[in-house]
Design a protein around this ligand. Structure first.
Ligand SMILES: C[S@@+](CC[C@H](N)C(=O)[O-])C[C@H]1O[C@@H](n2cnc3c(N)ncnc32)[C@H](O)[C@@H]1O
Length: 410
């Protein structure tokens, strides 16, 4: 006869006693969700892993450092039995049965009165996947189904429209350096839900091709700006679309607040009374060097890194950068938007005392299929950029970290 399927339910455990027997790997995996559920957790175990111990130290659980004793489960609502002592597990689950406490057993699913589903979360929803019956339980399969659902909801490949009214507004989304896999999960989800996307030239352009046909994709560089500045025209476009009740994503390269004018856009939206959320992104200043095998810090080599814009030359009166001070730093200098001015920048750094043989690497179109790394020194970089025709976008790294990886040219 076929086994009856398990009945799925969500336990509301706030302030309710939950007993966990055993402080090993199973407890370590399950405790965070029980803590998040607000349960009043009693751990009974002579030992615990360092992570479980840290939860006790932090006051998130109460730990009785001893083996199971009859009566431990008397006033519990739920029990997780996961000690290495099968005999104690059996006695504890018998006690749970007597007291009608739902009880999960890590060592014997058949003897358990409850099973833990594979769970994941997406935007206010918990996805829980249970095997239908004890026989043929395949935890990896249930976990894979959970992953497929949660991943699909997160990246928008599984579309579950909201039926409550969506809040219109703008999300300033940091798209990362270019590789479509390097956007955040939240950024990707908001992109999948957008009605309008206003995108920069930099960032994960490939993601735009995946958007459904009804989504209006606007190239920020092509917004006509007539009597406005380009940035003002972009701000206006964001405001206008949001005022029409649309969900607007402003997709930016890297992080919105690293030379990204994120705050200008946020302020303009705030002034217009448009709700705005900002999603951080992986900045090219760290990730692009990393993609080319250059860590921006390295133990014993660089204890600091400084990210600088090189869009105006050092002798330009608009420059806010103190190149003389930067020349004195011993750490890593990362220059964005500096390809055109790198010759002048290198001369200035050397003139202020930075050794001319300081290594320099230029990483063009990092994290994309076109990524290219060109190495030089402060003495040679101006000429190298011309000779090798290095073009923006590129991140320039100056300092000893350039030489610490296994690869120095590509
Ligand atoms: C206007 S700034 C924007 C930076 C961005 N907000 C960030 O956090 O990465 C543009 C500069 O970032 C750098 N950049 C951005 N993406 C890049 C990439 N994939 N490869 C190389 N450089 C990149 C270049 O220096 C480019 O000129």
């Amino acid at each position: 006869m076929a086994e009856n399927p398990a009945y799925p339910v969500g336990l509301r455990l706030t302030g309710r006693k939950v007993v966990v027997l055993g402080g090993g790997q199973v407890a370590q995996r399950r405790l965070p969700a029980l803590i998040a559920a607000g349960a009043d957790i009693l751990l009974v175990s002579p030992e615990a892993t360092p992570s479980v111990e840290a939860m006790a130290d932090a006051g998130e659980i109460t730990w009785h450092k001893r083996p199971y004793a009859e009566g431990d489960l008397a006033d519990a609502w739920y029990a997780l039995i996961a000690s290495g002592d099968t005999e104690a597990n059996t006695r504890a689950s018998a006690e749970a049965e007597r007291h009608r406490v739902w009880c999960v057993r890590s060592d014997d699913a058949d003897a358990a009165t409850a099973w833990t589903p594979a769970t994941g979360h997406s935007e206010g929803v918990t996805v829980a996947v249970l095997t239908t019956e004890a026989r043929g339980r395949d935890p990896r399969h249930t976990a894979a189904i959970r992953d497929a659902v949660v991943e699909g909801l997160r990246d928008g490949t599984l579309v579950a429209p909201h039926h409550r009214t969506r809040t219109p507004g703008v999300a300033l989304v940091g798209g990362g350096p270019g590789d479509p896999d390097l956007i955040t999960v939240r950024g990707r989800r908001l992109l999948a839900e957008a009605d309008v996307v206003i995108a920069d030239r930099l960032g994960p352009r490939d993601l735009l091709a995946e958007l459904p046909p009804h989504v209006e994709v606007i190239d920020a560089a092509k917004i006509p700006y007539g009597r406005f500045m380009a940035q003002e025209a972009i701000n206006n476009a964001l405001i206008e679309h949001a005022k029409q009740g649309k969900s607007v994503v402003r997709l930016k390269g890297g992080d919105p607040y690293v030379f990204g004018r994120g705050m200008e856009e946020l302020n303009a939206l705030a002034e217009a009374g448009i709700p705005c959320t900002v999603v951080p992104g992986i900045s090219s200043s760290i990730s692009v060097p990393g993609a080319a095998g250059i860590p921006v810090t390295h133990r014993g080599v660089a204890h600091e890194f400084t990210v600088v814009s090189g869009h105006v030359a050092p002798d330009d009166e608009r420059s806010l950068v103190d190149w003389a001070s930067l020349a004195k730093l011993t750490g890593t200098l990362v220059i964005l938007m500096g390809v055109d001015k790198i010759g002048k920048i290198a001369e200035t750094l050397v003139a202020h005392g930075k050794p001319a043989d300081t290594p320099v690497a230029l990483v063009q179109e990092g994290t994309t299929a076109a990524q290219r790394r060109v190495d030089a020194t402060l003495a040679t970089v101006g000429e190298t950029v011309r000779a090798q025709q290095v073009k923006p976008p590129a991140v320039i790294v100056i300092g000893a970290v350039v030489g610490v990886g296994p690869q120095t040219s590509a």
